[in-house]
Design a protein around this ligand. Structure first.
Ligand SMILES: Nc1nc2c(ncn2[C@@H]2O[C@H](COP(=O)(O)OP(=O)(O)OP(=O)(O)O)[C@@H](O)[C@H]2O)c(=O)[nH]1
Ligand SMILES: [Mg+2]
Length: 310
């Protein structure tokens, strides 16, 4: 990797915005590889996920965060805290909005949280594949009026349109700096996290209503087996027996479909053969149980404000 002497730029690029605007889709599009799961349901991303892109002239550490929303439970508090904790490290913020819709209160709230830092921010109008040039021009004005941005970039994350321009503009805003991570590194999470997330993604895509919010997926064992096979045991935790029944489906059909789709993706992404052994268990009210949350990978920060009763 040829570094251009003193001119090499590097830093943390925060993907920020309300839920469902396409932050994770954009991260995957920029990296050219899936590191974060994507669903049509808001609040898909629960953890901070860093994706590293290294070029001849720069290293971008993109940080995907949970969409900003008012927490309803301890899990929601974890998600908001996770997003907020990523703020001070940011060198550039990509404030991502859904340009197919006018600004909402949730966009304004997400922007308000950015006021605690003074970091160059690009307004990223996403989903432009859904709208005409005229509407895009309107949205550009409406969103730009919400705050002060270094620039506005229109993209379509699903069509991977506009992402090169976005990268260029982002690079200009990065400070001169070293490579923080090895050039070949893409994600900061282990394979077990990606597999658990791929299972959760399929389960979210294949269920409705309350199941998605009540679901956590934990990889409890990963072990090599003969002939380059990897055995993975993952447990899908839900909060009620009725949800467990939905996930398992008639004669185990639903769980089989979830497993089949998740395994195909995991094998393609990791380049390994995987035996995916899925289990469904009930853990009542886990979203409000701090000891369980910590075990599930969603530890609540110690200092936290009291939440208003629902
Ligand atoms: N048409 C269109 N849909 C998009 C685009 N980008 C994302 N989407 C869709 O928008 C939905 C949400 O995408 P995500 O990437 O999960 O959104 P997010 O901002 O990460 O959401 P949270 O993780 O919940 O905060 C999915 O159905 C995506 O397929 C886009 O450029 N065009
Ligand atoms: Mg996301």
């Amino acid at each position: 990797m040829a570094m251009e002497g003193e001119r090499f730029r590097s830093g943390f690029v925060l993907l920020w915005g309300r839920p469902n605007v396409g932050k994770s889709t954009l991260l995957n599009a920029i990296l050219g590889r899936k590191v974060a799961i994507v669903t049509p349901k808001p609040q898909t991303t629960r953890n901070r996920i860093a994706g590293v892109l290294t070029t001849k002239t720069a290293q971008f550490v993109f940080v995907d965060t949970p969409g900003i929303h008012a927490p309803h439970d301890a899990l929601g508090e974890y998600m908001l805290a996770t997003a907020r904790e990523a703020l001070p490290d940011a060198d550039v913020v990509l404030f991502v909005v859904d340009a197919s819709l006018p600004p909402r209160e949730a966009d304004r709230e997400a922007l308000r949280l950015l006021q605690s830092i003074e970091t160059p921010t690009l307004l990223v109008l996403n989903k432009i594949d859904l709208i005409t040039e005229e509407i895009l021009a309107e949205r550009r004005e409406e969103y730009a009026a919400l705050g002060s941005f270094s620039d506005t970039i229109a993209v379509s994350a699903v069509q991977e349109a506009g992402t090169q321009g976005l990268l260029q503009r982002t690079e200009e805003l990065l400070p001169i700096g070293p490579m923080y991570y090895p050039a070949e590194m893409v994600s900061d999470h282990p394979d077990s996290f990606l597999i658990a997330e791929l299972v959760r993604e399929q389960a979210l895509l294949q269920t409705q209503k309350e199941v998605p919010y009540s679901l956590a997926v934990i990889v409890e064992e990963m072990a090599p087996r003969p002939e380059d096979l990897i055995y993975v045991r993952a447990v899908l935790y839900v909060e009620r027996d009725s949800q467990k029944k939905i996930l398992i489906g008639q004669g185990g059909n639903k769980l089989r479909e979830i497993g089949k789709a998740a395994r195909a993706q995991a094998e393609a992404l990791l380049g390994k053969r995987i035996f995916l052994d899925l289990w469904v268990k009930v853990r009542e009210h886990w979203r409000d149980d701090e000891s369980v949350l910590a075990r599930f990978g969603y530890p609540i920060p110690k200092k936290r404000k009291k939440r208003k009763a629902r």
